[in-house]
Ligand binder design. Structure first.
Ligand code: FAD
Length: 411
């Protein structure tokens, strides 16, 4: 049994901690803002197993100029942050080649294949069950040409994952989600998606279990260092811990600890926005993606969340809530009954790598240290799988299938 430290108690930290406890280790998690609202609580709540495509791919890049012209569109760059973002953006563009896209899809497929089973297992470890609803998801389109083009690709992804997709007319889509009374040309239904009960509840339940079974400390980690007798973690409060092993799971803020440990990584935030209506006057039967506009609406019990978008900006830049209003306005084109008033706005930071692949890796020069961050749009989906892999890596069980996720690719 080892004493293992974890920096950050978002989804990656919690899933890693539960898997390490299962192996019989003693675990201490250091979290600077345990009551905070990081990406792990404000996400869209979707187990998105069919999403194996990297963000950087030729078709997507063709849409970028059009998106950038709309300041409230699905993609914006905070131009004053461009110099800092440039290395990430260059690697992003280089990741769009056909061979890199194919390799990235194969790697993501390997993680996605166990994502649902890993969540069921993680739930069992935490004493949680029934937290995943078998909803499927609908994607609506403004033209049948766009629907048909996407359908061919989605059908191929569904075949790989082992789920089903259906091409729907407007009327067929409305029969499944009657609130979609605005104009659209057609839709695709996929039964490969599931919906979590509520992301905030899910994370708080995991954290509550860890407060009982591990040590969850309110502490801001200021630095980490390797030493002969262990891995040293220092906090802003002046405390110092020496752990046998350490996992870095601090979302986008992981990059400063990567630097402390003598490595580099390209990790930036794709910031996303949403509005949550509690006890909404209108709701949906399942998540509805408005992919051409870069947002999704997810129904939870007693809540409706509308959000998405990508804003490339420094993590600490002020939020621009005009983006939430823009998504609500667009949503009313499809769901005219969506209420105008109320709702809570939120901005969150997706920790993203330029090649879309998360970092799930040991330190190349020190097997006592593991990294788990950079899951971008898919961190809820992949958290349980990541926690399982990190625990195995720290136990010395290397896995060649994890090579694409190694931090070595940035060195
Ligand atoms: C709008 C939006 C919608 C999304 N929808 C989905 C979805 O439907 N499905 C899906 O799979 N994914 C979704 N995601 C992505 C997912 O939410 C993230 O990938 C995931 O939450 C990242 O988890 P994390 O634990 O790596 O990081 P975080 O949630 O950012 O957690 C990091 C933790 O580290 C702590 N920390 C940071 N620095 C320190 C320090 N110095 N000392 C101590 N603690 C520290 C932070 O306080 C935080 O608690 C969405 C994201 C956004 C923004």
């Amino acid at each position: 049994m080892a004493h293992i430290g974890i920096v950050g108690s978002g989804l990656m930290g919690c899933a890693t901690a539960l898997n390490l406890l299962e192996q019989g280790h003693s675990v201490t998690i250091l979290e600077r803002d345990a009551g905070g609202l990081p990406a792990s609580v404000g996400n869209a709540g979707i187990l998105a197993v069919p999403e194996i495509d990297p963000l950087a791919r030729p078709g997507m890049l063709l849409s970028v100029p059009k998106w950038l012209l709309d300041p409230q569109g699905p993609l914006t760059v905070r131009w004053q942050d461009l110099p800092a973002l440039a290395p990430w953006l260059i690697r992003f563009l280089l990741s769009a080649s056909a061979d890199k896209v194919a390799a990235s899809r194969a790697a993501m497929l390997s993680l996605m294949k166990t994502a649902e089973a890993d969540h069921v297992r993680l739930g069992t470890m935490a004493g949680i069950s029934g937290h995943l609803r078998d909803t499927g998801a609908l994607t609506v389109f403004d033209s049948t040409a766009a629907r048909d083009k996407t359908f061919a690709h989605e059908a191929e992804n569904a075949r790989l994952i082992g789920c089903n997709v259906e091409k729907l007319t407007t009327e067929e889509a409305r029969r499944r989600v009657p609130a979609l009374q605005g104009a659209f040309a057609g839709a695709i239904f996929s039964d490969g998606y599931k919906t979590f009960d509520y992301p905030l509840t899910f994370l708080r339940r995991l954290q509550a279990v860890l407060r009982e079974r591990a040590t969850l400390l309110d502490a801001t980690v200021s630095s980490v260092a390797r030493a002969e007798n262990g891995v040293i973690v220092r906090t802003e409060g002046g405390r110092e811990f020496t752990f046998d092993r350490l996992a870095i799971t601090a979302g986008v803020w992981s990059r400063r600890f990567v630097a402390d440990l003598g490595l580099t990584v390209l990790l930036e935030t794709e910031r996303g926005y949403n509005t949550t209506f509690m006890n909404p006057s209108t709701t949906l039967e399942m998540p509805v993606f408005f992919s051409e506009h870069g947002f999704v609406a997810t129904p939870f019990e007693n809540a409706l969340r509308i959000g998405g978008a990508v804003e490339l900006a420094s993590p600490e830049a002020p939020a621009n809530y005009k983006r939430t209003a823009a998504m609500r306005k667009k949503m009313r084109r499809y769901v005219p009954d969506l209420q105008e008033e109320g709702g809570t706005e939120w901005m969150g930071r997706r920790p993203s790598t330029p090649d879309t692949l998360p970092v799930i890796s040991l330190h190349p020069g020190d097997p006592r240290i593991a990294f788990a961050f950079g899951h971008g749009h898919l961190g809820l989906t992949l958290s349980a799988t990541t926690g399982r892999h990190v625990a195995r890596l720290l136990a010395g069980e290397g896995d060649a299938a994890l090579t694409p996720f190694s931090i070595a690719r940035f060195q």
